[in-house]
Design a protein around this ligand. Structure first.
Ligand code: ZN
Length: 168
């Protein structure tokens, strides 16, 4: 039987997390190196570059406003339909939303900050509640809108869309 060995290489070590390169898939990921409880702050962040259109490294903070993250390694936090962190873009804090053990991969829910993503993602997060195709908050049903945390910008977008529907 052929077994594929997973090779994980530590690329850099930071105060709250380590950047790990999976040499099998060539993907970078971020792993917590401490444990956290819900509402703990893992780190503060700031905006690097600001773009008018989204790309794979940006987080949306407004209409036509998409920032890269500083520290830059935060871009390696991948999507999960059962996320353990949330980017609060009003307070510029990375917050724990599900208890995290040291050595656990950090993940966030992409639509929590993205209204319409630049590219849709076929999700393989393994959660029993996996949404399968991730395209942004604009495409979520009400169950998902009630279940997840969203940035203030996305919340406003959801409210104004609902008002438009009601006024039609
Ligand atoms: Zn998923």
């Amino acid at each position: 039987m052929l077994t594929v060995e997973r090779k994980n290489k530590v690329v850099s070590v930071h105060e709250f997390a380590d950047v790990i390169l999976n040499e099998t898939t060539n993907q970078y990921t971020l792993y917590a190196n401490k444990s956290y409880e819900i509402n703990d702050i893992l780190t503060f962040f700031t905006a690097g570059e600001i773009f008018t259109e989204p790309n794979s490294q940006t987080i949306q903070t407004g209409s036509h406003k998409h920032i890269t993250l500083v520290p830059r390694f935060l871009q390696y936090i991948r999507h999960s339909c059962e996320p353990n962190v949330f980017f609060n873009t009003s307070k510029m804090k990375l917050i724990c939303v599900k208890p995290i053990s040291a050595g656990e991969e950090l993940s966030f829910f992409y639509p929590s900050s993205e209204w319409k993503m630049s590219q849709s993602l076929i999700c393989n997060c393994g959660s029993p509640n996996c949404l399968d195709i991730i395209q942004g908050a604009a495409f979520l049903d009400n169950d998902s809108l009630n279940k997840y945390d969203f940035t203030d910008y996305i919340k406003q977008h959801i409210i104004s869309r609902n008002n438009k529907v009601l006024n039609q």
